[in-house]
Each structure stands twice: as structure tokens, then as C-alpha cells.
Design a protein around this ligand. Structure first.
Ligand code: ATP
Ligand code: MG
Length: 417
């Protein structure tokens, strides 16, 4: 993509109505637009990042047998009354709306109820189990505080995955697979080293649950980390158990963290409410055992910014960056660089490389400052100076490492990374 054609502009001024670093940087760089508190739109560069995160998650969810769906965001109160979660006492941050023709609808904040209800049409025998269903879908929550940028939206994208198993044993085998898939996702998204499996009490659902917490001062949660085992307990658990759940040591380190994902055993909480039964091999009626597994792709994107950004701007891991390289042409007076840069850009595109090409008529300093703010992993500079040596200059955003290499070396480097 040519930067001269990109409709978004970077800005130097820090937005005054934002406290969170992720929102400040993402807005300044033109990745997102703030609609109102807790509500953000994704612009071309931001959507590319979000889609890459979604793709990483989708691959892992398909690998553990997930079948993708897209359930409705408007929800039927009658279904929610069956589980007792329609009332504002049961769930305080519902968004509800009136239907002109009569009645009400809820704006989905999660999908256990509608999905369990729906699965009744498809599960009746042990042969129909296990089944795994997931989606990427917008959720609405009337969050009392929305000060963490895209980490806590009132409208946000969620990947929610649900498992339907015959019995506890089958459920637990799957639960371990899901745990591993989650670890793969956070590692691939570039924050594996900072993200810890965290023992959590099940909240409203069950005793058996885990969170995936990324350590950062921007976090709204507190975790207690065993630095040897790299696992943590959350605050609720810590009150009752202040030792490492794996090695038993007492020296847990308190840290601020963001919950980027969680996995829950639901037991029969919802299958009971909806009568989701099956007949086993002996013809006996049994309740389906369920689990739910959530990740916020937008929250994950915001967390990556919080964890990896430096004083100059965003630093994307290669796996989620909007483009692989940021090609910057430093124009000369006789137009030679312009011609060479266009040629290089075409060659890179032909080789399937994702390039943001800064072809704007701006001073080099302004282009470099924008490149630092945007955070694309590799900056590639073509200038009068590099042309003389028949080379291009590369600079790693994360390490500031500079090299002078040839065009073919660059293409090889990108195709093999
Ligand atoms: P929190 O305790 O942070 O409010 P939660 O327990 O409400 O999170 P879930 O309802 O289980 O979270 O949602 C599943 C996942 O969706 C979370 O792990 C998180 O990644 C994401 N998520 C939850 N709330 C938000 C939000 N307001 N904005 C963005 N992502 C969110
Ligand atoms: Mg919440």
C-alpha cells in the first residue's frame, strides 16, 4: 500500500481524552478512531492487525476441532430468563433495547444461553458428542469504567468457544487441549513470555477455571506469580491459597496484569437450564457437560501495544504487524530515488511481501518519526546514498539494528522469516 493514498493521518498531539497508552498510540498512529468512551472503530491499519490476530486464533481453534459460527448479537429475553440471567440483578451490565413492534431484545454480552438452546436441535445421542463451536463476534457490555482503551470496550470483539462433552473425563481431556491452544496463541502473538496461566475461581460458573494474564502496569487485575513455574493465582484464589499451585513455594510476586483470555468448565449449569440431554450407549438420558473459552482479539491487540511499545511508538511482533516492511524513499533532487523506489516496491509485491511504501513528499525526519510511531517490524530505506552502493538500508524496529543489504538479500530474508 502506498502511504500517499492511505486515508489515515498520523498526529503528533497526544489525545487529551485518553489515559491508556494503547489508545493514545493507536489513535496517534491512525489505527483506531474513538467514537465515544469505550467504543472504538478500527481503521485500515488497525483492521489489518486485528485480522492477523483473529487468524492466529482461528487456526488454533480449528486445530482443536472448533466449527465456526456467527450467532446473532440481538438476543431473545425469553432464552435468558431460562438461565436466570436476564435480570439486571443477575447481570448488571446488560445493554437492553425495545423492539418497536413490541417486546425487548438484549445486545449479546456472551452466548452460552443462545448456543445451548440452539444445540438442542443438533445433540440427542452420544454419537453427536463431543462437539466444539466458536465464533468471532461483537459483544456489548455496559462496563462501569472504560479507561483502558481497547483493552476494555463497551463494544468489543470476542472469540467465544464452547465445548459439549459426554462426561467430565471427556471434558477434561479437551480442557487441557484448549489450555495448550491458548498458550500457542499468546506465544504466536508475541507476548508468550509475559503471559501466565493463572488459577482462578470460576466466578459465576464453576470452581475449575484459568485465566491467561499478561503482566503489564496497564493491567486492571492483580496476579501473584511463581517466577520459577511461570504460573500465577488471581486475587480471589490468593486470599485462600498464597502458595504456588505447582511447586508450593510461598514467594509469589504481586504483579499488575491484563486478562487476555480465560477458560471455564461450565459443568451442567446451562445444559440443565435448557434441558440439553443425550442418550448414552445404554439408552440412559444424561446431561451434556460444557465448557467456555474466551479471548478478546482487541484486548489482545491493546495489550501487545502496552507490553512492547517504547518511547518512540508502537512495536509490533512480525506475526501481527499490519505490513512486513515499511519502505521509505528518501527522495533526491534528480528523481533517481523515486524511480528506484517504485521498482523495488513492485519487486517486493511480486514476491508476495506486504509493504507499506512511504512515497509521500515529506522530509526524511518526518517519515522516520512516523515509521517509529507505526511500529512495522522492519524499516527499509532507499536513498541517494544507498543507491550509490546498490544496496538498501534495513533497520529493525524492536532492536534498532541496522544493516546494508542487496534487494535479493532482502527478499530472501523476508521470505524465510
Ligand atoms: P474482565 O474481568 O476483564 O471484565 P471478563 O471476565 O468479563 O473480563 P469474559 O466475560 O470471560 O471476561 O470474556 C472473555 C474474554 O473477552 C476476556 O478474557 C477478554 O479477553 C475479553 N473481554 C472481556 N471484556 C472485555 C471488554 N470490555 N473489552 C475488550 N475485551 C474484553
Ligand atoms: Mg467483565
Amino acid at each position: 500500500m502506498k502511504q500517499s493514498k492511505l486515508f489515515t493521518k498520523t498526529r503528533k498531539e497526544v489525545p487529551t481524552n485518553e489515559e491508556a497508552k494503547n489508545a493514545k498510540l493507536l489513535i496517534r498512529a491512525g489505527y483506531i478512531h474513538k467514537e465515544m468512551a469505550g467504543v472504538y472503530s478500527y481503521l485500515p491499519l488497525g483492521l489489518r492487525v486485528l485480522n492477523k490476530i483473529v487468524e492466529i486464533i482461528r487456526r488454533e481453534m480449528n486445530a482443536i476441532g472448533g466449527q465456526e459460527v456467527f450467532l446473532s448479537a440481538l438476543q431473545d429475553p425469553e432464552i435468558w430468563k431460562k438461565s436466570g440471567r436476564w435480570s439486571d440483578e443477575a447481570f448488571e451490565n446488560w445493554f437492553k433495547t425495545k423492539i418497536k413492534a413490541g417486546g425487548e431484545a438484549g445486545l449479546g454480552f456472551t452466548h452460552e444461553e443462545p448456543l445451548t438452546n440452539l444445540m438442542k436441535n443438533h445433540i440427542s445421542s452420544f454419537r453427536d458428542l463431543p462437539r466444539y463451536v466458536y465464533q468471532f463476534q461483537t459483544k456489548f457490555r455496559n462496563e462501569p469504567r472504560a479507561r483502558s482503551g481497547i483493552i476494555r470496550g463497551r463494544e468489543f470483539l470476542m472469540k467465544d468457544f464452547y465445548s459439549f462433552s459426554r462426561d467430565t473425563q471427556e471434558h477434561e481431556i479437551f480442557y487441557e487441549k484448549a489450555k495448550q491452544a491458548y498458550q500457542n496463541i499468546f506465544a504466536e502473538a508475541g507476548i508468550g513470555a509475559q503471559t501466565f496461566l493463572t488459577f482462578a475461581s470460576g466466578g459465576t460458573f464453576s470452581k475449575n477455571s484459568h485465566e491467561f494474564q499478561t503482566a503489564t502496569d496497564a493491567g486492571e487485575d492483580t496476579i501473584y506469580l511463581c517466577e520459577k513455574c511461570k504460573v500465577a493465582v488471581n486475587k480471589e484464589i490468593f486470599v485462600e491459597q498464597n502458595t504456588c499451585p505447582e511447586c508450593g513455594v510461598k514467594e509469589l510476586v504481586e504483579k499488575r496484569a491484563v486478562e487476555v483470555g480465560n477458560i471455564f468448565s461450565l459443568g451442567t449449569r446451562f445444559s440443565e437450564a435448557f434441558g440439553l440431554n443425550y442418550l448414552d450407549e445404554k439408552g440412559e438420558k444424561k446431561l451434556v457437560i460444557m465448557g467456555s473459552y474466551g479471548i478478546g482479539p482487541g484486548r489482545l491487540m491493546g495489550t501487545i501495544v502496552e507490553v512492547l511499545a517504547d518511547e518512540k511508538g508502537i512495536v509490533w511482533p512480525k506475526t501481527v504487524a499490519p505490513f512486513q516492511i515499511h519502505l521509505i524513499a528518501v527522495f533526491d533532487e534528480n528523481g533517481k530515488v523515486k524511480i528506484a523506489a517504485e521498482k523495488l516496491y513492485s519487486a517486493l509485491l511480486k514476491n508476495g511481501i506486504e509493504v507499506l511504501f512511504d512515497d509521500r513528499d515529506l522530509r526524511a525526519g518526518e517519515k522516520f518519526a512516523d515509521a517509529d510511531l507505526l511500529g512495522i517490524p522492519l524499516r527499509v530505506v532507499i536513498s541517494e546514498k544507498t543507491l550509490k552502493e546498490n544496496k538498501i538500508e534495513t533497520k529493525e524496529r524492536a532492536t534498532s539494528e541496522i544493516s546494508l543489504i542487496s534487494e535479493s538479500e532482502l527478499i530472501n530474508l523476508l521470505n524465510n522469516s
